[in-house]
Design a protein around this ligand. Structure first.
Ligand SMILES: Cc1cc2nc3c(=O)[nH]c(=O)nc-3n(C[C@H](O)[C@H](O)[C@H](O)COP(=O)(O)OP(=O)(O)OC[C@H]3O[C@@H](n4cnc5c(N)ncnc54)[C@H](O)[C@@H]3O)c2cc1C
Length: 275
């Protein structure tokens, strides 16, 4: 958390170490803070530090350090709708991988997920405690509140259904007592009535879960400028997924790592040039 006079060029950063002991670091007029606590942590810490909507902060008796109505707004996440198939033979999955961190394991459950990338629906983050940084904030992504997202999900689920009907998927089916072949689902099965939009929409809404691709809360152009500086505060930058207006088409981690590298090099260059 931050405390002090951003505009006067000095302030304290208050932080706790691994043992829970609190410390204060004084940041002078040439210093700068980089906040990288992620899409949940960064807006939360800004709000706790008094950077946010005046009326909202005042309602929680948090002193307003800098009025910025968009902190904690435009929270979004890629909705995920998946099916889990129980399969009767060892199966080598190919999980989503980033820089080859994950290794493959044999499983008897196969998950097939449908992802609605770049959602237009968004929600907000609110504090659950006006003082405690460790208190998990309240976040709503409002999945499918934008009809365009819902209609993309319907198309995606239908595509999933088409794929399940192909001959290649036959080996994942079981033969029932009556001799009929069918899939065994763990959790919800795909909707049976494909032609009816509203039943596929219900399926999208009732089975939606997170892809853990949260972003927003400190958007570029709304909270930070193109150099990731909190607008109106020169000495504070936010560099993480909270600044993303929209996610890349794929999983975000590699892009976020590159953002960190890009900003690190850029700031180093800026510092050298100013010396
Ligand atoms: C379960 C899961 C699986 C995922 N799988 C993939 C995948 O396969 N591929 C992919 O590309 N992406 C994946 N992601 C998404 C990816 O991890 C995130 O998009 C990315 O890490 C976000 O980066 P970030 O820098 O914005 O925030 P983060 O990586 O979340 O970094 C924020 C850091 O700040 C710390 N922090 C927060 N609040 C505080 C505080 N108050 N005090 C001190 N520290 C604090 C957090 O502990 C964390 O270390 C996955 C995410 C999850 C949760």
């Amino acid at each position: 958390m931050f405390e002090g006079e951003f505009c006067a060029g000095w302030y304290w950063v208050i932080y706790s170490d691994a043992n829970g002991k609190f410390h204060r670091a004084l940041v002078g007029d040439k210093g700068e803070i980089i906040l990288s606590a992620g899409a949940i942590g960064s807006p939360q810490l800004l709000l706790l530090s008094g950077v946010g909507s005046e009326s909202y902060l005042s309602s929680l008796n948090i002193p307003v350090i800098h009025s910025q109505p968009n902190v904690g707004e435009f929270m979004a996440d890629n909705p995920r709708n998946n099916i889990n198939l129980v399969i009767q033979f060892p199966f080598s999955p190919s999980p989503a991988q980033v820089v080859r961190i994950m290794t493959s394991t044999e499983v008897s459950i196969a998950t097939i997920a449908e992802k609605t990338t770049g959602p237009l629906s968004h929600g907000s983050l609110r504090l659950s405690s006006p003082k405690e940084a460790k208190a998990t904030p309240l976040v709503r992504f409002n999945y499918f509140s934008d009809p365009a997202d819902l209609s993309r999900c319907v198309k995606g689920v239908r595509k999933l259904g088409d794929m399940m009907n192909t001959n290649s998927m036959d080996r994942f089916k079981y033969t029932g007592f009556n001799g009929e072949r069918g899939f065994m689902f763990l959790g919800p099965a795909l909707p049976s009535n494909w032609s009816d939009d509203s039943s596929v929409e219900d399926y999208c809404r009732s089975t939606v879960t997170t892809f853990w691709h949260y972003h927003g809360g400190c958007l570029v152009g709304k909270v930070v400028d193109g150099d990731f500086r909190v607008m109106g505060i020169n000495s504070l930058r936010v560099v993480d997924g909270s600044t993303f207006i929209i996610l890349p088409g794929t999983n975000p981690q590699a892009t976020l790592m590159m953002l960190g590298r890009y900003m690190g090099l850029k700031m180093l260059r800026e510092r050298r040039e100013s010396q």
